[in-house]
Design a protein around this ligand. Sequence first.
Ligand code: HEM
Length: 311
Amino acid sequence: MGWIAAVGTLALTVAIFLWFSNMWAFNIFSRRPAEAVTAQDAPAQDAQSEKEEDRIEEAEATKSEEAESPQATPKASASVPDVQVPALNLEDSQPVQPAQPKESSSSSLMPPPPRIPTQQQQRRQPPKLSPPSGQLLAPPKVKSVAPLRTPPSAAASLRAPPTAPASSGLTASTLAPSQQRQSRKVILEPGHSPLDWAALASNPQNNLRGAGLPAGLIRVTPSLLKAHHGRKGVDAWTSYNGKVYNITRYLPFHPGGKGELMRGAGKDSEKLFFEIHPWVNWDGILGECLVGILVSENEAVATTNELDAMD
Ligand code: HEM
């Protein structure tokens, strides 16, 4: 009987132990279902908040990594919740944006370019893009500068004449031709315009050759030409291209003035004429003033002897 009692007590103790152990184990393993049942009120929010916190932490980690190593952009974070992270990153800081587009760059390359070059890549790319951009911009500048500098010089040369008297050295060379180009025309008296001269010359009755001359051309010797010097009431003759003209009536019509035209009186003025205005049509203006042909003294004597012999 004593043996049976001992076995019974042992069995009882074992049963009690097992019961407590089961209770402990049940409490441990039944926590989840118990918490899950209790978490129905706000479990999802806690879980999501924890997930979001984890995501934010990951995002911050990625930010810090990118900030430390900006070139390590292609690193793809394990967190793929791209939709939520970009919204937060856009408000917080932009550096995270390039990471997402790069991850999604496989899908669409268009959105990243406009965003990337704005801030970060502009700072990164300038050294790479600056050489081509500089080459493209520099040549036009250089090419544009050279042509732009030359015109100003030309303009300066055109502007120099008024400032010419002030400056001496530089303007002397540039102004010499300009001064020569300056018009030395004189103000002609009323009724002595080129048109007035043309009207006068068109009338043969005006006898622009001068009084006392035969109808035809005469032989004019150098001495005879010299005798018509234009002073003391004597007509002014001048020679041009082997022909002698009476310029007396043209003196008040000469645009360069009487004094200038008188420089050729009594002698050949071909050289002066071409030096000043080679473009002027001499014969067109003084055609009716033609007196004769310039001949040498001997030739003139020979002709007179021949004429005397014929008589
Ligand atoms: C000794 C000979 C001559 C001298 C020294 C002389 C001188 C001049 C000078 C200084 C001028 C002003 C040029 C200017 O700055 O615009 C001039 C203009 C002119 N001369 Fe004479 N001249 C001579 C003979 C002649 C003759 C023979 C004619 C006619 C056949 C003539 C017709 C003209 C004409 C048409 C102009 C105006 C030119 C123009 O509008 O550009 N000159 N001359």
